[in-house]
Ligand binder design. Structure first.
Ligand code: P53
Length: 472
Protein backbone atom coordinates (compact mmCIF):
# COMPACT_ATOMS: atom_id res chain seq x y z
CA UNK A 1 0.00 0.00 0.00
CA UNK A 2 1.38 3.39 -0.90
CA UNK A 3 2.05 5.79 1.95
CA UNK A 4 -0.11 8.49 0.40
CA UNK A 5 -3.05 6.09 0.03
CA UNK A 6 -6.27 8.10 0.16
CA UNK A 7 -8.37 6.57 2.93
CA UNK A 8 -11.65 8.35 3.50
CA UNK A 9 -15.38 8.20 2.91
CA UNK A 10 -17.93 9.24 0.32
CA UNK A 11 -21.31 10.97 0.21
CA UNK A 12 -23.33 13.08 -2.23
CA UNK A 13 -24.82 16.52 -1.62
CA UNK A 14 -28.44 15.63 -2.26
CA UNK A 15 -28.38 12.66 0.12
CA UNK A 16 -27.17 14.53 3.19
CA UNK A 17 -27.15 18.31 2.91
CA UNK A 18 -30.88 18.93 3.12
CA UNK A 19 -31.57 22.69 3.03
CA UNK A 20 -33.07 22.04 -0.38
CA UNK A 21 -34.39 25.59 -0.81
CA UNK A 22 -32.06 27.50 1.50
CA UNK A 23 -29.72 30.36 0.50
CA UNK A 24 -31.02 30.50 -3.05
CA UNK A 25 -30.65 26.81 -3.94
CA UNK A 26 -32.92 25.77 -6.81
CA UNK A 27 -34.79 22.46 -6.90
CA UNK A 28 -32.94 19.49 -8.41
CA UNK A 29 -34.20 16.19 -9.77
CA UNK A 30 -33.46 14.66 -6.34
CA UNK A 31 -35.98 17.05 -4.78
CA UNK A 32 -38.76 15.44 -6.86
CA UNK A 33 -38.17 11.91 -5.58
CA UNK A 34 -40.39 10.33 -2.95
CA UNK A 35 -39.44 7.64 -0.45
CA UNK A 36 -39.84 3.93 -1.25
CA UNK A 37 -38.35 0.66 -0.04
CA UNK A 38 -36.78 -2.57 -1.29
CA UNK A 39 -38.75 -3.72 -4.30
CA UNK A 40 -40.74 -0.48 -4.58
CA UNK A 41 -39.35 2.24 -6.85
CA UNK A 42 -39.19 5.89 -5.84
CA UNK A 43 -41.69 8.05 -7.68
CA UNK A 44 -40.45 11.05 -9.57
CA UNK A 45 -43.20 13.66 -9.31
CA UNK A 46 -43.78 16.53 -11.70
CA UNK A 47 -42.55 19.34 -9.52
CA UNK A 48 -42.91 19.31 -5.73
CA UNK A 49 -46.43 18.07 -4.92
CA UNK A 50 -48.29 18.82 -1.69
CA UNK A 51 -48.80 15.84 0.61
CA UNK A 52 -45.80 13.93 -0.73
CA UNK A 53 -42.74 13.11 1.37
CA UNK A 54 -39.38 14.05 -0.17
CA UNK A 55 -36.58 12.80 2.09
CA UNK A 56 -33.82 14.66 0.24
CA UNK A 57 -35.37 17.98 1.22
CA UNK A 58 -33.96 17.56 4.72
CA UNK A 59 -31.25 14.89 4.24
CA UNK A 60 -29.41 14.68 7.56
CA UNK A 61 -29.08 18.48 7.80
CA UNK A 62 -25.38 18.34 6.89
CA UNK A 63 -25.77 21.86 5.47
CA UNK A 64 -25.92 23.14 9.04
CA UNK A 65 -24.18 20.36 10.96
CA UNK A 66 -21.13 19.82 8.75
CA UNK A 67 -18.59 21.13 11.33
CA UNK A 68 -19.57 18.34 13.75
CA UNK A 69 -19.56 15.73 10.98
CA UNK A 70 -16.21 16.72 9.48
CA UNK A 71 -14.71 16.69 12.98
CA UNK A 72 -15.87 13.07 13.40
CA UNK A 73 -14.34 12.15 10.03
CA UNK A 74 -11.08 13.79 11.11
CA UNK A 75 -11.21 11.70 14.26
CA UNK A 76 -11.34 8.58 12.10
CA UNK A 77 -8.23 9.87 10.33
CA UNK A 78 -9.75 10.59 6.90
CA UNK A 79 -7.22 11.77 4.31
CA UNK A 80 -10.00 12.58 1.86
CA UNK A 81 -13.73 13.27 1.89
CA UNK A 82 -15.66 12.69 -1.31
CA UNK A 83 -18.80 14.73 -1.73
CA UNK A 84 -20.52 16.46 -4.63
CA UNK A 85 -21.34 20.08 -5.26
CA UNK A 86 -25.09 20.52 -5.61
CA UNK A 87 -25.20 22.07 -9.09
CA UNK A 88 -28.47 23.88 -8.24
CA UNK A 89 -26.88 25.68 -5.26
CA UNK A 90 -24.46 27.30 -7.70
CA UNK A 91 -26.85 27.74 -10.63
CA UNK A 92 -30.38 27.41 -9.17
CA UNK A 93 -31.97 26.98 -12.61
CA UNK A 94 -28.89 25.82 -14.44
CA UNK A 95 -28.98 28.28 -17.33
CA UNK A 96 -28.02 31.52 -15.55
CA UNK A 97 -24.90 33.48 -16.45
CA UNK A 98 -24.12 34.56 -12.87
CA UNK A 99 -23.69 32.02 -10.07
CA UNK A 100 -25.43 32.16 -6.69
CA UNK A 101 -22.83 33.57 -4.30
CA UNK A 102 -24.48 32.11 -1.17
CA UNK A 103 -24.18 28.62 -2.69
CA UNK A 104 -20.52 29.13 -3.56
CA UNK A 105 -19.86 30.45 -0.05
CA UNK A 106 -21.23 27.26 1.52
CA UNK A 107 -18.60 25.14 -0.22
CA UNK A 108 -15.89 27.68 0.72
CA UNK A 109 -16.81 27.00 4.34
CA UNK A 110 -17.14 23.23 3.91
CA UNK A 111 -13.79 22.83 2.13
CA UNK A 112 -12.04 25.09 4.65
CA UNK A 113 -13.41 22.89 7.41
CA UNK A 114 -12.01 19.76 5.71
CA UNK A 115 -8.61 21.35 5.06
CA UNK A 116 -8.40 22.50 8.68
CA UNK A 117 -7.95 18.79 9.53
CA UNK A 118 -5.79 17.96 6.52
CA UNK A 119 -8.71 16.24 4.75
CA UNK A 120 -8.63 16.76 0.98
CA UNK A 121 -12.05 17.29 -0.56
CA UNK A 122 -12.70 15.06 -3.58
CA UNK A 123 -15.52 16.47 -5.67
CA UNK A 124 -18.12 14.95 -7.98
CA UNK A 125 -19.48 17.62 -10.32
CA UNK A 126 -22.78 15.88 -11.04
CA UNK A 127 -24.18 13.27 -8.68
CA UNK A 128 -27.88 12.65 -9.50
CA UNK A 129 -28.82 16.28 -8.73
CA UNK A 130 -29.13 18.33 -11.91
CA UNK A 131 -31.23 21.52 -11.70
CA UNK A 132 -34.87 20.62 -12.31
CA UNK A 133 -35.34 23.62 -14.55
CA UNK A 134 -32.95 22.07 -17.09
CA UNK A 135 -35.35 19.14 -17.34
CA UNK A 136 -38.50 21.27 -17.61
CA UNK A 137 -37.13 23.81 -20.06
CA UNK A 138 -34.70 21.75 -22.13
CA UNK A 139 -35.69 18.10 -21.69
CA UNK A 140 -32.52 17.25 -19.78
CA UNK A 141 -29.45 15.79 -21.47
CA UNK A 142 -31.30 14.96 -24.70
CA UNK A 143 -30.52 18.59 -25.49
CA UNK A 144 -27.03 19.56 -26.71
CA UNK A 145 -27.37 22.90 -24.90
CA UNK A 146 -26.76 21.06 -21.62
CA UNK A 147 -23.09 20.73 -22.55
CA UNK A 148 -22.67 24.50 -22.40
CA UNK A 149 -24.54 24.82 -19.08
CA UNK A 150 -22.49 22.06 -17.51
CA UNK A 151 -19.24 23.59 -18.71
CA UNK A 152 -20.15 27.00 -17.36
CA UNK A 153 -20.93 25.41 -13.99
CA UNK A 154 -17.69 23.38 -14.09
CA UNK A 155 -15.61 26.44 -14.96
CA UNK A 156 -17.19 28.39 -12.11
CA UNK A 157 -16.37 25.79 -9.46
CA UNK A 158 -12.96 24.84 -10.92
CA UNK A 159 -11.90 28.51 -10.68
CA UNK A 160 -13.46 29.17 -7.32
CA UNK A 161 -12.03 26.10 -5.56
CA UNK A 162 -8.81 25.55 -7.51
CA UNK A 163 -6.72 26.09 -4.38
CA UNK A 164 -8.88 23.90 -2.12
CA UNK A 165 -9.75 20.94 -4.36
CA UNK A 166 -7.31 18.81 -6.32
CA UNK A 167 -9.38 15.66 -7.03
CA UNK A 168 -12.48 15.90 -9.21
CA UNK A 169 -14.76 13.54 -11.09
CA UNK A 170 -17.36 14.44 -13.69
CA UNK A 171 -20.59 12.34 -13.70
CA UNK A 172 -21.43 9.88 -10.97
CA UNK A 173 -22.06 6.32 -12.21
CA UNK A 174 -22.54 7.61 -15.74
CA UNK A 175 -23.21 4.05 -16.96
CA UNK A 176 -26.25 3.33 -14.73
CA UNK A 177 -28.47 4.49 -17.59
CA UNK A 178 -27.52 1.51 -19.74
CA UNK A 179 -30.55 0.06 -17.95
CA UNK A 180 -32.88 2.37 -19.86
CA UNK A 181 -35.95 0.49 -18.61
CA UNK A 182 -35.52 2.04 -15.14
CA UNK A 183 -37.08 5.48 -14.69
CA UNK A 184 -34.75 6.18 -11.76
CA UNK A 185 -31.55 5.77 -13.78
CA UNK A 186 -32.83 7.76 -16.75
CA UNK A 187 -33.92 10.62 -14.48
CA UNK A 188 -30.89 10.71 -12.20
CA UNK A 189 -28.24 10.29 -14.89
CA UNK A 190 -29.79 12.32 -17.67
CA UNK A 191 -32.93 14.16 -16.61
CA UNK A 192 -34.98 12.04 -19.01
CA UNK A 193 -38.52 11.67 -17.72
CA UNK A 194 -40.14 9.03 -19.88
CA UNK A 195 -43.32 7.00 -19.93
CA UNK A 196 -42.87 3.32 -19.08
CA UNK A 197 -41.79 1.30 -22.14
CA UNK A 198 -41.11 4.39 -24.26
CA UNK A 199 -39.87 2.87 -27.54
CA UNK A 200 -37.42 5.76 -27.90
CA UNK A 201 -35.83 5.16 -24.48
CA UNK A 202 -32.65 3.47 -25.69
CA UNK A 203 -32.04 5.96 -28.49
CA UNK A 204 -32.61 8.89 -26.14
CA UNK A 205 -30.28 7.39 -23.56
CA UNK A 206 -27.54 6.93 -26.14
CA UNK A 207 -27.91 10.52 -27.30
CA UNK A 208 -27.98 11.94 -23.76
CA UNK A 209 -25.01 9.79 -22.77
CA UNK A 210 -23.07 11.09 -25.76
CA UNK A 211 -23.64 14.72 -24.74
CA UNK A 212 -22.57 13.86 -21.18
CA UNK A 213 -19.42 12.17 -22.48
CA UNK A 214 -18.57 15.24 -24.56
CA UNK A 215 -19.31 17.51 -21.58
CA UNK A 216 -17.13 15.30 -19.39
CA UNK A 217 -14.22 15.42 -21.85
CA UNK A 218 -14.50 19.20 -22.30
CA UNK A 219 -14.58 19.63 -18.52
CA UNK A 220 -11.43 17.52 -18.12
CA UNK A 221 -9.63 19.70 -20.67
CA UNK A 222 -10.91 22.93 -19.14
CA UNK A 223 -9.98 21.84 -15.62
CA UNK A 224 -6.42 21.11 -16.69
CA UNK A 225 -6.19 24.54 -18.29
CA UNK A 226 -7.37 26.20 -15.08
CA UNK A 227 -5.04 24.18 -12.88
CA UNK A 228 -2.64 21.68 -14.45
CA UNK A 229 -2.30 19.98 -11.06
CA UNK A 230 -5.95 18.86 -11.04
CA UNK A 231 -6.58 15.12 -11.14
CA UNK A 232 -9.89 14.66 -12.94
CA UNK A 233 -11.53 11.27 -13.22
CA UNK A 234 -14.71 9.69 -14.46
CA UNK A 235 -16.99 7.59 -12.26
CA UNK A 236 -18.23 4.21 -13.36
CA UNK A 237 -20.61 1.87 -11.56
CA UNK A 238 -18.61 -1.36 -11.61
CA UNK A 239 -20.82 -4.40 -11.28
CA UNK A 240 -19.03 -7.23 -13.07
CA UNK A 241 -21.29 -9.62 -14.97
CA UNK A 242 -20.44 -13.30 -14.69
CA UNK A 243 -21.54 -16.20 -16.88
CA UNK A 244 -23.47 -18.81 -14.82
CA UNK A 245 -21.70 -21.72 -16.53
CA UNK A 246 -18.77 -22.61 -18.81
CA UNK A 247 -21.17 -23.03 -21.73
CA UNK A 248 -19.66 -20.93 -24.54
CA UNK A 249 -22.96 -19.11 -25.11
CA UNK A 250 -22.94 -18.03 -21.46
CA UNK A 251 -19.34 -16.80 -21.74
CA UNK A 252 -20.17 -14.77 -24.84
CA UNK A 253 -23.38 -13.37 -23.30
CA UNK A 254 -21.44 -12.22 -20.24
CA UNK A 255 -18.79 -10.59 -22.41
CA UNK A 256 -21.45 -8.77 -24.42
CA UNK A 257 -23.18 -7.67 -21.22
CA UNK A 258 -19.88 -6.22 -19.99
CA UNK A 259 -19.56 -4.33 -23.27
CA UNK A 260 -23.10 -3.00 -22.87
CA UNK A 261 -22.31 -1.65 -19.41
CA UNK A 262 -18.71 -0.45 -19.70
CA UNK A 263 -18.27 1.25 -23.09
CA UNK A 264 -18.56 4.57 -21.27
CA UNK A 265 -15.20 3.87 -19.66
CA UNK A 266 -13.66 3.26 -23.10
CA UNK A 267 -14.87 6.63 -24.33
CA UNK A 268 -13.70 8.49 -21.23
CA UNK A 269 -10.37 6.71 -20.90
CA UNK A 270 -9.34 5.90 -24.46
CA UNK A 271 -11.08 8.87 -26.11
CA UNK A 272 -13.19 6.98 -28.61
CA UNK A 273 -16.20 4.71 -28.96
CA UNK A 274 -15.29 1.02 -29.04
CA UNK A 275 -15.92 -0.79 -32.33
CA UNK A 276 -18.85 -2.80 -30.94
CA UNK A 277 -20.71 0.44 -30.12
CA UNK A 278 -20.14 1.89 -33.60
CA UNK A 279 -21.42 -1.42 -35.00
CA UNK A 280 -24.41 -1.31 -32.64
CA UNK A 281 -25.40 2.19 -33.80
CA UNK A 282 -25.22 1.02 -37.38
CA UNK A 283 -27.09 -2.22 -36.86
CA UNK A 284 -29.98 -0.55 -35.06
CA UNK A 285 -30.03 2.44 -37.31
CA UNK A 286 -29.40 4.74 -34.36
CA UNK A 287 -28.03 8.06 -35.41
CA UNK A 288 -26.79 9.82 -32.33
CA UNK A 289 -25.71 13.33 -33.13
CA UNK A 290 -21.94 12.75 -32.95
CA UNK A 291 -19.95 15.46 -34.74
CA UNK A 292 -16.31 15.55 -35.79
CA UNK A 293 -15.75 18.26 -33.17
CA UNK A 294 -17.26 15.91 -30.55
CA UNK A 295 -14.85 13.16 -31.52
CA UNK A 296 -11.93 15.57 -31.24
CA UNK A 297 -13.16 16.67 -27.81
CA UNK A 298 -13.32 13.06 -26.62
CA UNK A 299 -9.70 12.47 -27.61
CA UNK A 300 -8.53 15.72 -25.99
CA UNK A 301 -10.31 15.13 -22.68
CA UNK A 302 -9.39 11.67 -21.44
CA UNK A 303 -9.44 11.19 -17.69
CA UNK A 304 -6.48 11.07 -15.28
CA UNK A 305 -7.92 8.22 -13.26
CA UNK A 306 -10.94 5.95 -13.16
CA UNK A 307 -13.29 6.39 -10.22
CA UNK A 308 -15.49 3.39 -9.53
CA UNK A 309 -18.21 2.26 -7.19
CA UNK A 310 -18.29 -1.40 -6.31
CA UNK A 311 -21.04 -3.06 -4.28
CA UNK A 312 -21.89 -6.39 -5.89
CA UNK A 313 -21.71 -8.57 -8.99
CA UNK A 314 -24.34 -9.82 -11.44
CA UNK A 315 -24.69 -13.26 -13.00
CA UNK A 316 -26.43 -14.13 -16.26
CA UNK A 317 -27.25 -17.14 -18.38
CA UNK A 318 -27.70 -16.93 -22.16
CA UNK A 319 -30.87 -19.06 -22.22
CA UNK A 320 -32.55 -16.77 -19.68
CA UNK A 321 -31.98 -13.59 -21.67
CA UNK A 322 -34.99 -12.27 -23.64
CA UNK A 323 -32.73 -10.83 -26.34
CA UNK A 324 -29.70 -9.26 -24.72
CA UNK A 325 -28.63 -7.93 -21.34
CA UNK A 326 -30.16 -4.60 -20.37
CA UNK A 327 -30.04 -4.53 -16.59
CA UNK A 328 -30.69 -6.18 -13.30
CA UNK A 329 -34.00 -7.72 -14.42
CA UNK A 330 -32.09 -10.14 -16.66
CA UNK A 331 -29.75 -11.32 -13.91
CA UNK A 332 -30.12 -14.53 -11.94
CA UNK A 333 -28.94 -15.40 -8.43
CA UNK A 334 -25.34 -16.58 -8.14
CA UNK A 335 -25.44 -19.92 -6.28
CA UNK A 336 -22.08 -19.14 -4.63
CA UNK A 337 -23.05 -15.77 -3.13
CA UNK A 338 -25.25 -14.51 -0.32
CA UNK A 339 -27.19 -11.27 -0.62
CA UNK A 340 -27.80 -8.25 1.62
CA UNK A 341 -31.24 -7.45 3.07
CA UNK A 342 -31.79 -5.34 -0.04
CA UNK A 343 -30.91 -8.23 -2.36
CA UNK A 344 -27.43 -7.04 -3.35
CA UNK A 345 -24.97 -9.94 -3.69
CA UNK A 346 -21.94 -9.80 -1.41
CA UNK A 347 -18.84 -10.62 -3.44
CA UNK A 348 -15.45 -9.34 -2.25
CA UNK A 349 -13.60 -11.46 -4.83
CA UNK A 350 -15.56 -9.55 -7.46
CA UNK A 351 -13.75 -6.39 -6.34
CA UNK A 352 -10.33 -7.94 -7.05
CA UNK A 353 -11.69 -9.18 -10.38
CA UNK A 354 -13.08 -5.71 -11.19
CA UNK A 355 -9.86 -3.89 -10.34
CA UNK A 356 -7.94 -6.27 -12.59
CA UNK A 357 -10.51 -5.98 -15.37
CA UNK A 358 -10.30 -2.17 -15.34
CA UNK A 359 -6.50 -2.27 -15.13
CA UNK A 360 -6.27 -4.72 -18.04
CA UNK A 361 -8.50 -2.55 -20.22
CA UNK A 362 -7.39 0.97 -19.38
CA UNK A 363 -3.96 1.05 -17.67
CA UNK A 364 -4.94 4.03 -15.54
CA UNK A 365 -4.86 4.58 -11.77
CA UNK A 366 -8.08 3.46 -10.07
CA UNK A 367 -9.88 5.13 -7.20
CA UNK A 368 -12.54 3.15 -5.33
CA UNK A 369 -14.94 5.96 -4.53
CA UNK A 370 -17.82 3.83 -3.23
CA UNK A 371 -18.15 0.47 -1.54
CA UNK A 372 -20.23 -0.64 1.40
CA UNK A 373 -23.10 -2.56 2.92
CA UNK A 374 -26.56 -1.07 3.35
CA UNK A 375 -27.94 -2.62 6.54
CA UNK A 376 -30.39 -2.03 9.39
CA UNK A 377 -28.63 -1.01 12.62
CA UNK A 378 -29.87 -1.39 16.19
CA UNK A 379 -28.97 1.12 18.90
CA UNK A 380 -28.54 -0.47 22.34
CA UNK A 381 -29.86 1.07 25.55
CA UNK A 382 -26.42 2.58 26.18
CA UNK A 383 -26.15 4.12 22.69
CA UNK A 384 -23.87 1.51 21.13
CA UNK A 385 -24.17 0.18 17.59
CA UNK A 386 -22.53 -3.22 17.19
CA UNK A 387 -22.28 -3.40 13.40
CA UNK A 388 -19.95 -6.37 13.03
CA UNK A 389 -21.69 -7.28 9.70
CA UNK A 390 -20.51 -3.97 8.25
CA UNK A 391 -16.97 -4.49 9.53
CA UNK A 392 -16.94 -8.01 8.03
CA UNK A 393 -18.08 -6.68 4.64
CA UNK A 394 -15.55 -3.85 4.55
CA UNK A 395 -12.69 -6.01 5.86
CA UNK A 396 -13.24 -8.60 3.13
CA UNK A 397 -13.37 -5.92 0.45
CA UNK A 398 -10.24 -4.17 1.71
CA UNK A 399 -8.45 -7.54 1.67
CA UNK A 400 -9.55 -8.08 -1.92
CA UNK A 401 -8.32 -4.59 -2.83
CA UNK A 402 -4.98 -5.29 -1.13
CA UNK A 403 -4.60 -8.51 -3.11
CA UNK A 404 -5.16 -6.53 -6.33
CA UNK A 405 -2.54 -4.00 -5.25
CA UNK A 406 0.09 -6.29 -3.72
CA UNK A 407 -0.29 -9.48 -5.77
CA UNK A 408 -1.58 -8.14 -9.09
CA UNK A 409 0.23 -4.79 -9.21
CA UNK A 410 -2.90 -2.71 -9.78
CA UNK A 411 -2.47 1.01 -9.07
CA UNK A 412 -5.22 1.94 -6.59
CA UNK A 413 -5.06 5.54 -5.33
CA UNK A 414 -7.52 5.30 -2.50
CA UNK A 415 -10.66 3.92 -0.94
CA UNK A 416 -13.67 5.95 0.18
CA UNK A 417 -16.48 3.69 1.44
CA UNK A 418 -19.98 4.91 0.67
CA UNK A 419 -22.17 6.77 3.12
CA UNK A 420 -19.47 7.14 5.78
CA UNK A 421 -22.17 8.94 7.75
CA UNK A 422 -25.74 7.55 7.52
CA UNK A 423 -27.72 9.34 4.84
CA UNK A 424 -30.74 9.05 2.55
CA UNK A 425 -30.49 6.03 0.25
CA UNK A 426 -30.40 6.99 -3.41
CA UNK A 427 -32.24 3.92 -4.63
CA UNK A 428 -35.00 3.77 -2.03
CA UNK A 429 -35.05 7.15 -0.25
CA UNK A 430 -34.84 5.28 3.05
CA UNK A 431 -32.86 6.27 6.11
CA UNK A 432 -32.94 2.70 7.45
CA UNK A 433 -30.62 1.47 4.67
CA UNK A 434 -27.52 2.57 6.53
CA UNK A 435 -23.91 2.52 5.37
CA UNK A 436 -22.22 4.76 7.94
CA UNK A 437 -19.48 4.58 10.53
CA UNK A 438 -21.45 7.42 12.11
CA UNK A 439 -25.05 6.72 13.07
CA UNK A 440 -27.64 9.46 12.53
CA UNK A 441 -30.83 9.31 14.59
CA UNK A 442 -33.59 9.64 12.00
CA UNK A 443 -36.23 7.22 10.70
CA UNK A 444 -37.78 6.58 7.29
CA UNK A 445 -40.43 9.24 7.88
CA UNK A 446 -37.85 11.89 8.74
CA UNK A 447 -38.42 11.79 12.51
CA UNK A 448 -35.54 11.78 14.99
CA UNK A 449 -33.13 13.94 16.94
CA UNK A 450 -30.45 13.86 14.17
CA UNK A 451 -27.95 13.13 16.93
CA UNK A 452 -24.72 11.51 15.73
CA UNK A 453 -23.33 8.33 17.36
CA UNK A 454 -20.13 6.39 16.71
CA UNK A 455 -20.72 2.78 15.64
CA UNK A 456 -18.25 -0.04 16.38
CA UNK A 457 -17.14 0.28 12.76
CA UNK A 458 -16.04 3.87 13.53
CA UNK A 459 -13.30 2.64 15.87
CA UNK A 460 -12.45 -0.23 13.55
CA UNK A 461 -11.98 2.05 10.52
CA UNK A 462 -9.97 4.51 12.62
CA UNK A 463 -7.48 1.71 13.30
CA UNK A 464 -7.47 0.57 9.66
CA UNK A 465 -6.45 4.07 8.59
CA UNK A 466 -3.93 4.53 11.41
CA UNK A 467 -2.14 1.34 10.33
CA UNK A 468 -2.50 2.06 6.58
CA UNK A 469 -4.61 -1.06 6.19
CA UNK A 470 -2.37 -3.42 8.17
CA UNK A 471 -4.76 -4.01 11.09
CA UNK A 472 -8.03 -5.19 9.65
P1 P53 B 1 -28.40 3.01 -2.33
C1 P53 B 1 -27.92 1.50 -7.28
C2 P53 B 1 -29.06 2.22 -7.24
C3 P53 B 1 -28.98 3.58 -7.00
C4 P53 B 1 -27.77 4.20 -6.87
O1 P53 B 1 -27.09 2.96 -3.24
C5 P53 B 1 -26.64 3.47 -6.92
C6 P53 B 1 -26.69 2.11 -7.10
C7 P53 B 1 -25.44 1.34 -7.04
O2 P53 B 1 -25.46 0.16 -7.67
O3 P53 B 1 -25.48 4.05 -6.88
C8 P53 B 1 -24.66 4.48 -5.83
O4 P53 B 1 -28.39 4.35 -1.67
C9 P53 B 1 -24.73 5.96 -5.77
C10 P53 B 1 -25.03 6.51 -4.42
C11 P53 B 1 -25.89 5.53 -3.64
C12 P53 B 1 -25.11 4.25 -3.46
O5 P53 B 1 -24.80 3.70 -4.72
O6 P53 B 1 -29.51 2.83 -3.27
O7 P53 B 1 -23.61 6.61 -6.33
O8 P53 B 1 -25.61 7.77 -4.59
O9 P53 B 1 -26.36 6.01 -2.44
C13 P53 B 1 -25.84 3.19 -2.67
O10 P53 B 1 -28.26 1.91 -1.34
Amino acid sequence: MRNDFLWGGAVAAHQLEGAWNVDGKGPSIADMMTAAKHGVERQITEGVQPGQYYPNHHGIDFYHQYPTDIKLMAEMGFKTFRTSIAWSRIFPKGDETEPNEAGLAFYDRLFAECLKYGIQPMITLSHFEMPYHLIEAYGGWRNRKLIGFFLHYSETVFKRYQHQVNYWMTFNEINNQTDYTKAFFMATNSGLLLKPDDPEAEALMLQAAHYELVASALAVKLGHQINPEFKIGNMINMTPIYPLTAKPQDILAAQQAMQTRYWFADVQTLGEYPSYMEAYFKRHNYRPDITTADREALVAGTVDYIGLSYYNSFTIQADELPTHFIGEAETIPNPYLKASDWGWSVDPTGLRYSLNWLNDHYHKPLMIVENGLGAVDQVTADDQIHDEYRIAYLRAHIQAMQAAIDLDGVDVMGYTPWGCIDLISAGTGQMSKRYGFIYVDQDDQGHGSLRRLKKDSFYWYQRVIATNGQKL
